[in-house]
Design a protein around this ligand. Structure first.
Ligand SMILES: C[S@@+](CC[C@H](N)C(=O)[O-])C[C@H]1O[C@@H](n2cnc3c(N)ncnc32)[C@H](O)[C@@H]1O
Length: 241
């Protein structure tokens, strides 16, 4: 009785690992996360062309709300749905965008399975995360030598991350471009200089991708047009050329 979680990379199907591809082709049941009923699963759109016609696809709802308490029951229900199928002896996989260990719905499933379905063995297949796909697309090195890198979700209380941001050479902000104006304001508040480099990308590794390279001075105080959830903002202090 084994459940595989597969990191499916940032969007380009060619960025799947061979291991992921083989497991997807071989699966009898595939579980995919989606934020609401009848909404297309992003991860499914990445791997769809590799799925065999006889494979069953099951959507699991993960509502996009910040209150974790209201989500507990849904996570429990989703894990039970998966566990039922695994116990039927079917080759079962769970798919996630990017890598499963980075802000993924898998993390909640994994916790529930360990807690309530500990007879099920788990194997996690890593995927290329949006962060490294972004760096490749932007032709940008994230850190070198003794520099430090922080990963920060933009959509929570930014006061809590000021210290981290101030002590990092490069900061990657994930989770929702609609919050990037707040991030830009916070960067100015904590003393990032106007020549700090800022890269903003949306829909990395897809054919709708966008990429802008700016400095803090040119964008602070201006409203950004970015409304995309699938957005990344990378800030580099400009002290090494
Ligand atoms: C729930 S997190 C999932 C991260 C994912 N596990 C990973 O490894 O990249 C979703 C956030 O990841 C970022 N993201 C994931 N895929 C992306 C893509 N193709 N383009 C831009 N941002 C992406 C966005 O910041 C988005 O709001």
């Amino acid at each position: 009785m084994k459940l595989f979680c597969i990191g499916c990379g940032p969007g380009d199907p060619d960025l799947l690992t061979l291991k992921a591809l083989n497991l997807i082709k071989d699966a009898e049941v595939i579980f995919v996360p989606t934020s609401r009923p009848n909404k297309e699963s992003i991860v499914l759109s990445i791997v769809q062309k590799f799925i065999m016609s006889k494979t069953q696809i099951k959507n699991l709802i993960f509502p996009m709300v910040k209150n974790r308490d209201s989500l507990q029951d849904q996570w429990k229900y989703n894990a039970e749905e998966i566990a039922k199928v695994v116990r039927e002896g079917k080759r079962t996989i769970y798919l996630t965008v990017g890598d499963p260990s980075l802000y993924s719905t898998w993390i909640y499933i994994h916790r529930e399975i360990r807690k309530n379905h500990s007879d099920i063995e788990i194997e996690i297949i890593p995927g290329i995360t949006s962060i490294f796909a972004f760096a490749a697309e932007a032709r940008l090195s994230l850190v070198e030598g003794d520099e430090t890198l922080s990963i920060v979700p933009a959509c929570y209380d930014l006061n809590k991350v000021k210290k981290t941001v101030m002590s990092s050479d490069t900061i990657v902000f994930l989770k929702d471009g609609r919050y990037f104006d707040n991030v830009i304001e916070m960067l100015s508040d904590v003393g990032f200089t106007d020549d700090s480099q800022i890269a903003i990308a949306t829909d990395v590794s897809t054919n709708k991708n966008t990429l802008e390279m700016k400095t803090l001075g040119t964008i602070k105080g201006k409203k950004q047009q970015n409304q995309k959830y699938f957005s990344i903002m990378v800030v580099k202090r400009n002290d090494r050329k």
